[in-house]
Each structure stands twice: as structure tokens, then as C-alpha cells.
Design a binder for this molecule. Sequence first.
Ligand code: BGC
Length: 753
Amino acid sequence: MKQIKRIMGIDPWKITANKVEVENRRLQESLTSIGNGYMGMRGNFSETFSADHHQGTYIAGVWFPDKTRVGWWKNGYPEYFGKAINAVNFAKVSLLIDQSEIDLAIADLADFEMALDMKQGVLTYRYVVGGVQVVVERFFSIATPELAVFRFSFEATDGENHDIRLESVIDADVHNEDANYDEKFWKTLKTENTSDGSFLISETVPNLFGVEQFTVLTKQTFKGDFHCTNQESLEDQVIDYFEGELKPTRPLNFEKRVLVLTSRDYQTLPELTKVSEELSQEVNAQTYEQLFTAQAQAWAKRWELADVQIDGSDEAQQGIRFNLFQLFSTYYGEDDRLNIGPKGFTGEKYGGATYWDTEAYAVPLYLALADTAVTKNLLKYRHQQLPQAQHNARQQGLAGALYPMVTFTGIECHNEWEITFEEIHRNGAMAYAIYNYTNYTGDETYLANEGLEVLVEIARFWADRVHYSKRNDKYMIHGVTGPNEYENNINNNWYTNTLATWVLKYTLESLQKYPREDLKVSQKEKQTWEEIIQKMYLPEDETLGIFVQHDGYLDKDLTPVADLDPKNLPLNQNWSWDRVLRSPYIKQADVLQGIYLFGDHYTMEQKRKNFEFYEPLTVHESSLSPSIHAILAAELGFADKAVEMYERTARLDLDDYNNDTEDGLHITSMTGSWLAIVHGFAQMKTWNGKLSFAPFLPEVWTGYTFHINYRGRLLKISVGEKVEIELLKGKALKLDVYGKTIELITNYVTETK
Ligand code: BGC
């Protein structure tokens, strides 16, 4: 049985706590992160907290190229590791009650409560200390993304008068915990106190790589019952001091409103300053209630389409809502320059950069839960970066385009060679996303235009990266890492070879349909691609009836995970890397990832045999793993396994399954619980442009309901004793339910199988 660590309470719409987790504060901070796509922060207290924690505020698209640090430099290495950097800390408000400073790590707090309200997008905590009840509410506005609001309410609970002082700080003296050379990434350009508050302008320090430097203006203004007693403008800080007299009959409110503007939107300092003033006036003309209502309404609108309702398990319900909430807090498609970092605004690990996770795991969800423009923006992001992807291929002495494993600009910027960098399978995911979009939406214009430009270059990369083995009369791909990062530099990873072959095929077919003279694909080039398709080596074991993960895999000691003493898990925290690499244990879906992507290419028998062989050897130590297994298990009718995997993906962070949530949330994996329910339990498929469902109801639930957008329609799918599919918007539609074709005009009801 897997160890879990659950520190937050269960509630269908909230993440709750009734104590300050001094020992597990980092974990609690991760779980109470909030954001609005433009910026976000970990659930740090505004007040002083002197025990171990991780102060983290992040602004989308603001990053730094941290010079690569390796022992032995290899040609082809990326020069820097890009990082979404810890930004200016603007949440800070030191609190003094009757002249003594409140330190939440040691204060004697009564009635502590904390709740992240996912329905409305607000984090609240309250406590009583020294005869005063303090309630702190914060939200990052969706209506005005540059705005973060912090409201403090004070009430005397002991019938006495109290002296309350607040020191509201913007602090640019911040560090990144994972800086390669322990450098600071910010320098302050200006600090200033104004009649309505203070502001600070900071800039990322110069870098060696010609990457743009970012300028950020952070401004604080105030509302409420306190009066300002002093202001300070220091080297890296601005501080506004406030005082108020709290009487038993008169509660006090204090509001800190923060605006953050960056050079991503406003290039010059005068422009930044001017816009910040205008925006500040606009925002300050509104009451807290007005700002909050706009926030609650914006979330209500998101939930209307995206919510998945689960009956019969509050834990499962909380899990999926938490995941959707955190995913949308990171990315809702408003800005086509942005993408989805694996840790979003909740931590530094993985650098907040773009990974293949987006194409492989996020695109299917956004296709169904957002306007098609959102997915198109994600695709365009890669199209815009085609020149950089070509550069990456040249760096390796190869033709075509190699999309990066980790990036901000399209240039590869991760400094691990075997893991990550050798995972060239990512290039296939970029192509697959184009197919996925086209197949799901029925809109072929993207494919015909930008899509083909990307596909042709990816195809050229694969055609150059394969080599011909004379001995076998086969094309092969050596020296790669598959999605399973627990074995590196392998030969003939079935997943990679399969994907490469598919890219060549799909590109040829698409060119046939939409000829593009301008892309100059010669007949000879096409013939080469055909030949590679015909002769690609795809390792298979006929006796076992499985695809072989890579050359040599079957010669390992194939002892299943279940036979390991659980104290060895997670392997990556208990075993030497040598032991991990030699072991048969698989970090995340590899062969099964391919079977999931190309579900319509394989028979049920093939799927079953591969699943039964590989899943018992999989440790699911990547957060991306359980969802794919849940989907396949559901398709194969392995209900218990599907539910186990759902729980693992849905509550991965809430239950800290991999013992690493303190570093931040697994944002890109958060699509997993939705995928597990919709692609898994409900068996929604869009194979060959046809929508189909074959839902099953897990025994532990009494029902579940979700919505999807599909080709201009809005559908509601409810699964209980019966399956009901309702057409809420759009024209009648033909679809398959349990293999039977129906025409959906208003709704369709059938028994659940
Ligand atoms: C996974 C990769 C993934 C990365 C970022 C790693 O642990 O193995 O597949 O791209 O995390 O989420």
C-alpha cells in the first residue's frame, strides 16, 4: 500500500486546514497556491513566518537564463537552464498587535482555519491571537489580471481595545532556491513612495545569452480604516506603515491592492508608470465587494463548462476540482505567448518552462473545455518557435526541427543530457497535437497552413535522425530516452520509433491533401520517408504478444513492483541512480503511452497484453503516469485498477503521493484526472473524427457528470444507473454510444453497462 500524506481536509469545493503546518509548511503552501494565468503565488502567509517555508511569487513569461552547470561539458548542450524566477514578494504585511509582532510560526493561535475556496478563487485564513480575530482574504483577479488583493479584517474578541499596526512591504530582495550559481536574478531600478502607496521597479540582471531582460513594476495602494503613519523607500524595498485602534464595538478592515505590470506588455519605464497609474485609478474606484464579485463571476463561468461533478465520493470530487482549479489558475489561454509550466506558479522546480506535457496531456483537455482558439494558441506557440526548433536541430548536427524538451523561447534550455534532452520523442508529441486538434475540431485550416510547416520540419528531423542498419535491413533510432526516464541512452525505444514513423506518414498524407510547393519537399525526400516508414524497426515479442520498450529490456530481471519491499518506494528517493537505471522499473507510461495515443491502431488483445505486462513493472513516479494507465485500464474493463489510478492522479498533490508536492504542484499532470474520467471512465474517443462514448460507473461512486465542447456543440454527459447525453447547444450530431450509432437531437438515455 502506497504511503500518502494528507494534511488538508476534505470538502467538495474547498481545501481546508485547521492548523498552521509548521513541520509541513512547504507542502501546505503548495496546496494553497493561487494564480490567475498572469501571475500567482504559493500560499505564503503575508505575516511573518520564521520557520522553514518557501517564499514564491511568479509572473507568467518572466524568466531568466541560468548558465548551465555541469561537470563535463558536451557539445550540443544548451547554454542555459531557463527558469521562471521567483519574483518580487508583494504579499508581505507584518502585523503588530499591541506592539508585539505576530510570527505565525510561533504565535499562540486559537481557532486557526484556512480554506482555499475553489468555486470563487479566494484563499482565506483566520485566527485569534492576543484577543484579536484576524481574517485574511486574498485573490488574484481574473477580471484584472495585473491585480492581487489582500484584505485583513480585525475584530476584538476579548472586549478590550487594541493597537494594530501594519507594515506593508514590496520586497525585491528575493532568491531562487534552485539558482545554479546562487545568484540573485533581480536588481532594483527604482523605489518610490507616493500619496496613495508605493511602487518599486525591478529588472532581471543582465545575462550572457542575449535573452531579453524583464522589467517589472509593482505598486501597492490601500483601502480601509487604517491611517498611514510613515513610508519608506529603501534599496530593495518599499514600506507603508499603518496604524489603527481596534475597539470592541468597531471592527477594522485593511486592504492591500497590488498591481504588477511588466515589460512584456509595456516596454518603456514611462509607459509602465503611466499605465500603472491609470489602472490603479480604475481599480481603486471599485469596492472590495465589486472586485470580489467580478472574481466569483469569472470563476463561475469557468466552472459552468468545466466542472466535473462526482456523486458518492467527496475525496474524488475534491481531487478533480482542485486539479481543474490549479490548471486554470495557471493557464486559461488568454495570452498566446504563454504556455503551461509543470509547476505553474507554485514552485521553482522544472523552471516553469514549457514541456511536451502541454501537447501530450493538456491539449486534449483544452480541446474539450475551452474555446478552440485556446488550443490553437497552444499550437501557434510552437509554430512561432519553428526557427528556434530548427536551430536546436542544427545544434545537434541534424536537419529539420527539434522542438525543445524545456523552453521559454523555443530554444532548448534544460541542462540534463540523458534525461530530458535525449527525450527526442517530444518532437512527435508536437506533431500529434496538430493531428489531435484537426481530428477533434474538424478544422483543417491550421493543418493546411501553419501545421504543415511544422510537420514537414519535424519529419525532416526524423528522417535525418534515423540510421539504416544494413545487417537488419531496418531503420533504427539509437541513443534516446523514452518517456520512461528511468533508463537513458537506449536504442530503439518502441514509442519513439512508432511516433517517428507516424509523423512521416501523417506528413506525407497531409501534403497529399494540401500540396505545399513552398515547403520544397522533393520527390526524393518523399521516397526516403516512404522507405523509412516501410522499414522502421519496431521491437516486438511475438511469444509475449507485446511491443518491447527498447532493445534489451526483456533481458532485465523483470520482478514486478508488487514484489518489492515498499520501503524502496519511491525508487528515485531511495535507490542509487545506478540501481534505478539497471532495474526494469518504469517511471511512467512508455509503450502504453503510444498505445493510448494511437488507440485505434491496436486490437483489444494487443492492448490487454501490453497493459498486463507493463503496468506491474511501472512505479508511476512521474505524475504523468497514472492517468494514461487509468484510461487504458478503463477501456480494458480493469475497473479496480482504473479507480486506483484515478485516485492517484486526482489526489496526487492533495495526498502527496510522490512525496514531492512541497516543491510545488504538478500542474501539467492535473489534466490527468479529467482525462481519466472523460477518456477513461466515460471512454470518450474521437477516433477518425467520430465521437463515441462507452461509459462505466466505478462501484465506489453513484454517478458523475461533465460537459464537453465538440465541433460547435455543448454536450452534457451524466453517468449513473443510466447514461444520459444531452445536447445543450448546437446542431444535431451523430455519435456512438456503446458501439451503436445514434443521432443526438436533444438527449439520449441508455442503461449503463
Ligand atoms: C517526466 C517528464 C515530464 C517532466 C515535467 C518528468 O518527471 O518524466 O515526462 O515532461 O517531469 O512534467
